[in-house]
Design a protein around this ligand. Structure first.
Ligand SMILES: O=C(O)CCC(=O)C(=O)O
Length: 278
């Protein structure tokens, strides 16, 4: 099986803090993700019906428009920005298959140059409707959310379920800023943390359009943000993080998964993972 990642990809990640990987996300992962997110969308529609915000489910069947139509008809109610717990509750098996998918673990192993891989406990799917400002993820470094892991060898794999560009909320990165250390953490009323408005001004923003099957890989120190969604459809994506396994005393596994290890007994089972979420 030819490798999907070559030394120039790794060099780009090392020197620029990110790399675009074309056609690396298996169809099976995209299909599983769409099933999980469709389940969640139906759950949200059922909730808004129960709460009386909707009188009937929308007729719209398109995956990128159905929840959007319901959300607009329901009066644009607030929902979880990253409904991780709801997703785990709805579809634990499918999520476990995504988070520990051998092809994704191959990618992580190649990018991290490691044999033993942890699928990190912090992963998200951030459904983003057009003009839905409470989901506009501002400039941040992932390590600002877990500063004790600044030194950890990690990679974030962000991938959309469809084509995304600067109008439909692709991510933007600030190249070559990942070696400059952790920015002071700034918080405002949005509830997000990130870079201060002053620090954001100095960044050179590079939007990263992708198609389904592509992924953007970046480090836990790379400043990035989501572009606002000014299109007429939902943006659906996943962001998963992977780390080299081997320093669990320093960085406990938590709700993560030991996804690859030469001693299979050390790999996390579906039951153990579900237990960690109980
Ligand atoms: O998908 C988004 O809106 C933001 C994703 C992100 O910031 C991340 O993957 O760390």
């Amino acid at each position: 099986m030819p490798s999907l990642v070559c030394s120039s990809h790794r060099d780009h990640l090392t020197h620029h803090g990110y790399v675009i990987l074309k056609g690396v996300i298996p169809k099976e992962v995209l299909t599983l993700a769409q099933q999980v997110l469709s389940n969640w969308a139906e759950e949200m529609i059922a909730r808004w019906l129960r709460e009386g915000l909707l009188t009937r489910p929308p007729n719209e069947t398109d995956f990128r428009k159905r929840l959007l139509t319901a959300w607009q008809q329901a009066g644009r109610p607030h929902h979880e920005r990253s409904p991780r717990r709801e997703l785990v509750h709805l579809a634990p098996e499918r999520l476990f298959r995504i988070l520990s998918h051998p092809k994704l673990i191959d990618l992580a192993a190649e990018l991290l140059d490691a044999d033993h891989i942890v699928s990190h406990e912090i992963w998200n799917s951030r459904p983003k409707a057009p003009q839905q400002h409470f989901t506009d993820t501002p400039w941040h470094q992932d390590a600002q959310y877990f500063p004790e892991q600044t030194e950890r060898r990690m990679v974030n794999l962000w991938f959309p379920l469809h084509r995304v560009d600067a109008q439909s909320s692709c991510l933007a990165v600030a190249p070559q800023q990942h070696t400059k250390g952790l920015y002071p953490s700034y918080g405002d009323s949005s509830g997000f943390i990130g870079l201060s408005p002053d620090a954001r001004e100095d960044l050179h923003e590079v939007p990263v359009p992708l198609t389904a099957g592509d992924a953007l890989a970046f480090t836990n120190m790379t400043p990035h943000r989501a572009m606002p969604n000014t299109s007429d459809s939902m943006r659906w994506s996943l962001d998963l993080r992977f780390a080299a396994h081997g320093d669990e005393d320093r960085w406990p596994l938590g709700q993560g998964i030991v996804a690859r290890h030469s001693d299979p007994g050390l790999c996390t089972s579906l039951d153990a993972w579900r237990g960690a979420w109980a």
